[in-house]
Design a protein around this ligand. Sequence first.
Ligand code: AMP
Length: 314
Amino acid sequence: MYVFTHQGVNVSLLVVGSVALDTVETPFGRVKDALGGSAVYISTAASFFTTPIRLVGVVGGDFPKEYFSFLESRQIDLDGLRVIQDGRTFRWSGRYHYDLNNRDTLLTELNVFSSFEPQIPDGYKRSLYVCLGNIHPNLQRRVLAQISKPRLVVGDTMNYWIETTPQELRQTLELLDVLILNDSEVRLLAKEPNLVRAAKVIRSMGPRVIIIKKGEHGALLVTEDTIFSAPAYPLENIYDPTGAGDSFAGGFIGWLAKTDDVSDGNLKRAVIYGSALASFCVERFSVDGLRELSYLKIQDRYRSFMELSRFDER
Ligand code: AMP
């Protein structure tokens, strides 16, 4: 069902991924059991563009009440968030050094996530826009098997799946419209060092759109007819890069769902909105950079992005 707003057409957006308690250490501080997980960052970022967001994931009985309240305050629909009362929530811990581009994973405790079997509520099965966070490619495929005729499917993956489940990943790639991954993952998946050529190789595996995240060097959008390079926002204060990639994905698909336009021109705008959301995310720990954000602030940063690489012929 379409919901008309003053700024566009909101279509239904389904997000599937991890919901986590993160313990993160950077040179600027530490948080323990903070709200995290791919589905949380994607949904929160997307909620500035279209609501309600349909989140599908799993948590344990230890998931704090205030985190449920936060998600609800962002109009994230939690009918698809399973709570296993006698289980523990997925926990992840990472440490960043002065070069914030690299992190050490200190702990991945799957807990209730180890037996996660995404059940898509009946009311979500006709979602038009679908964002698959970084989970096992077979689970991503089992989500899609439950959705009827989505208009756009965006998927994320990581080196772990590229290396350990290559066949399963290849089957999932055939079902994606957009694949988002970072530069080293692109090279690994395509077995090709040149990013432009690698994107072409991956396009031949299924997704018609490839987005390559390059950390502090921005992002590259590759379609059949377009190569578009977006800068990263030059921030003075980066406190915690956790969730930057997922916030990017959320901003990207949120904008597309809001406008219901997947032309190349609008994909470029979506990449800039994704970059804007990622830039807000890293300015604070956990989801705090997104907590006090507004659509107006996002618009301001979007315009700053335009100024960043605008120049005259002479
Ligand atoms: P990003 O920084 O965008 O790569 O995303 C970081 C988020 O991913 C954190 O909030 C973690 O809780 C979550 N995460 C880390 N490892 C995994 C994993 N193996 N499966 C699912 N989610 C994960």
